[in-house]
Design a binder for this molecule. Sequence first.
Ligand SMILES: [Zn+2]
Ligand SMILES: [Zn+2]
Length: 347
Amino acid sequence: MKAGVLYQNESHLKIEDVNLPELKPNQVKVDIKCCGVCGSDIHMTIHKQVRLKHYPTILGHEAAGVVREVGENVTKFKKGDRVVIASGLGCGKCKQCLGGMHNLCADIQVLGAEMNGAFAEQVHIEERHLTFLPDAIPFDQGAILADAVSTPYHAVKYVGKIQPGDVVAIYGCGGLGIHAVILARALGASKVIALDVDKGALDNAGRYKADELVDVRSVKNSGKTLQELAGGVDLMLDFSGHYSNIEDCIRAMNPGGRMVMAGISKQPFKIGFPFMVINKQISIAGSLGCDARAIPELIELYLNGKLDLSTSITSHHPLEEVNGCLEDLHHRKGNPIRFIITPNGKV
Ligand SMILES: [Zn+2]
Ligand SMILES: [Zn+2]
């Protein structure tokens, strides 16, 4: 089959013919219809910030497709079923996995990083990592449920514990944060404030109907701006990884407010006045990926008409164009949210 393969010390994928190993028991062979191009693919390629455990590896971790063949012991799926593949694959045996929290599994493998991924015509994957994708949801929107939408969903709903009527502020409206905007809206926020340094990202947030758009570079103190715009914030989510203004943000929080850190950063994180956190009983929590609840619940939201993700699909491309997509995403050329690779041709 044809696949986009990352070799050690390379910054781009090589499109080449790869032999798939034999289908093992419990595994399903999926024809990949759509696979999203994610910011983390840039970290593994152009930036080379993320080293993989082994090379060469086929990248691609946001995928949906059709079951082509099932291995021994597979009971839930059959040929022709439409499916979404989870991007974080827990061991299935530890306490976290058995409790549905595979994102917290110590042995988690990420599709297209620790194991071969979906910038490929086919993937072999254990059936427990698959979710049925209803006919009503197109493959491209189904594919991005696996990460771009499920990661912010977990942050907004389960870590951020959003309540109807909450004022929600979202720092960083790239591939993940932009979906926090639509999700906060779908889950009952009374006001959504989007903050970014990139005009294109703010335009996208406006398209997803954020109430207020704040260009962080144009304001002196974003905490103060938040207070002016909304009085106070109940839920703040950071997807930018720039925590230097955390102090200002704490000042803008309402009593009982929750702050969720989802943006990865190597910057130090410092709170000079812990009294403010205690006095207002602010919760500050990290959020990592998503657990087993996310994809089925997102499908439900979609079917209830609360989650139209068509705005997120920037354009569709054959596998041969994946490196161009990585470059364009890196340079934010054309203000993309998600480029979609279609390894088996147009869908
Ligand atoms: Zn991703
Ligand atoms: Zn586990």
